[in-house]
Design a protein around this ligand. Structure first.
Ligand code: NAP
Length: 502
């Protein structure tokens, strides 16, 4: 699209149209603001829910909770909606709220820099340059696929793809398929692929704790009731939220709770797998909760099928016709699917973002991602994150967190609109991070004896998760308080003035 310079200069640039970027877009519009653009590398909104189209993709957080509090949906078909339904919900919200005209799709941000002279963020994208006084990073940390490189991978004669980049034109029916990984994605993929593949080899490096999935369908009458009485949806949402909060206590390392949750997961395994040896191999060797606790009723039974092989220890190398497991056995396969997770602790956007003095976020974060109140980073004026450092939850809805951050950011953006340049002081950020580190001590994520994407491998710090109850997130991180920021007044040339002067 050929755009004029005025269309490329705006008040707020939002990067990413997932739940975070979309949510902010909706709230800005509801405030009557039109001076924002959303740069999105994909062809539509949706973020992870647009990209993860693998068979069996569903949310493991109930949909009446995993949705915007300001756009409740009475029509969820079941407790945990499938990917397509969630994506449709997001597209509907974007359309109904008038956000789509603000979105620039298929626009990949290649580099983004703070222009100290003009007090602007300047983004170089695949579709040209964009500029704004404020920059909102809503790129998430589960957006860039992590495909490990195994020796011999280039010589493999079949198809290889990542779970978040599913190749739908590769027909798996009757094929021999290897799936690497046993995380939240793998446990949804494996049962589906095993139904039609001639053979499925599951390369499991670490076993997962899996609990029963309660997933009833809503009846027509229930949906009509939700539509007529939105307060019922609000009540359902609150009930789901507080039930999840109760589960959080376990993550803090409370012995009796750990025991209760462990027994729930192990008895699910016992009920589904009779064979003692197979059960032993499917039993994790770390404390429950250290990695995400998964929900599935059909994952364990899949290993009872004749066409499914469990290979312990993960993959070591690839041959032209197969994959070799940790025990040295080669499994002949036609397709390799890597359900190996995401570049979560070192997000690629950090290497492309340059703040004051040309320092990149990647270099600023040499001990791992961090931000004051999870949103602001010193050295990066007028930049705020939504769903950035320390915003993941192992036990509740990520959208609750995003909404709290959106409220914070909206207040900050009001000050930017009045011509201010705000940069959080390094000392404030450091004090906040020390408090978070103290809060993280003793949690199962650091002491549970596992390696996960919650912890930065460079420093051993918990950088992606919020280390407390979800409700405290809002208490600790809002409201916006400008006293921790160094504030300068921009000489403030409006976009229109600047263009006239040029
Ligand atoms: P993940 O949790 O990071 O799991 C990656 C899996 O790949 C792990 O089992 C890991 O083994 C294995 N792996 C990675 N590199 C490997 C290698 N070189 N060799 C062998 N195995 C390797 O990724 P994910 O399953 O895609 O899930 C990521 C996150 O996305 C989840 O934690 C969740 O937050 C979100 N998610 C949510 C849903 C949902 O229902 N809401 C569904 C899918 C994903 P190790 O465990 O040994 O490292």
């Amino acid at each position: 699209m050929n755009q004029s310079a005025t269309e490329r200069r705006t008040g707020v640039l939002i990067i990413g149209a997932g739940f975070a970027g979309l949510g902010l877009g909706v709230k800005l519009r509801r405030q009557g603001r039109e001076d924002f653009l959303i740069l999105e590398r994909g062809h539509t909104v949706g973020g992870a829910w647009r990209d993860n189209t693998y068979p069996g993709a569903e949310c493991d957080v109930p949909s009446h909770l995993y949705s915007f509090s300001f756009s409740l949906n009475p029509n969820w078909t079941k407790m945990h909606a499938p990917q397509g339904e969630i994506l449709q919900y997001m597209e509907d919200v974007a359309k109904q709220e008038g956000v789509l005209p603000h979105a620039r799709f298929n626009t990949n941000v290649e580099e983004i820099r703070w222009d100290e002279q003009r007090k602007l963020w300047q983004a170089e994208t695949s579709q040209g340059t964009y500029e704004a006084e404020a920059l909102i990073m809503a790129v998430g940390y589960l957006s860039d696929a992590k495909l490990p490189h195994f020796e011999g991978m280039d010589s493999f004669q079949g198809a290889v793809f990542h779970s978040a980049e599913w190749e739908h034109d590769v027909d798996l029916e009757g094929k021999r398929v290897a799936v690497i990984g046993s995380g939240a994605s793998a446990i949804q993929i494996i049962p589906e692929v095993a139904k039609t593949a001639s053979k499925l080899v599951s390369l499991q490096r670490s076993a997962a704790y899996v609990t029963p999935r309660h997933d009833p369908y809503y009846t027509g009458a229930q949906k009509r009731m939700f539509a007529r009485k939105p307060e019922l949806m609000e009540q359902a949402r609150a009930d789901l939220f507080w039930a999840n909060e109760e589960r959080y206590a376990q993550r803090r390392g409370t012995e009796t709770l750990i025991e209760t949750v462990t027994q729930a997961a192990l008895s699910h395994l016992r009920a589904q797998v009779e064979d003692e040896e197979l059960r032993r191999r499917l039993t994790p060797d770390y404390t429950i909760g250290c990695k995400r606790i998964l929900k599935s009723n059909d994952y364990f039974p899949t290993f009872l099928r004749d066409n499914v092989v469990l290979a312990d220890g993960g993959a070591t190398r690839v041959t032209p016709t197969g994959i070799v497991d940790a025990g040295g056995t080669e499994h002949e396969v036609d397709v390799i699917i890597a359900a190996t997770g995401f570049e979560a602790t070192d997000i690629p956007m950090a290497s492309k973002t340059f703040g004051r003095n040309g320092i990149s976020l990647h270099d600023r974060w040499d001990r791992g991602m961090e931000a004051y109140k999870t949103t602001a980073v010193s050295g990066f004026p007028n930049l705020w994150f939504i769903k950035g450092p320390n915003t993941g939850l192992g036990h509740n809805s990520a959208i609750y967190i995003a909404e709290a951050q959106i409220d914070y950011v909206l207040e900050a953006l009001e000050q930017v609109r009045s011509g201010q340049v705000l940069e959080v002081r390094a000392a404030e950020q450091e004090t906040y991070m020390q408090e978070l580190e103290k809060l993280s001590e003793g949690t199962v994520w650091l002491s549970g004896g596992c390696a996960s994407w919650y912890v930065d491998p460079r420093s051993g710090r918990l950088t992606t998760l919020w280390p407390d109850f979800s409700f405290t997130f809002r208490e600790v991180n809002t409201p916006f308080d400008d006293t921790v920021y160094d504030i300068t007044q921009n000489s403030h040339t409006s976009p229109a003035e600047e263009l006239t002067n040029a």
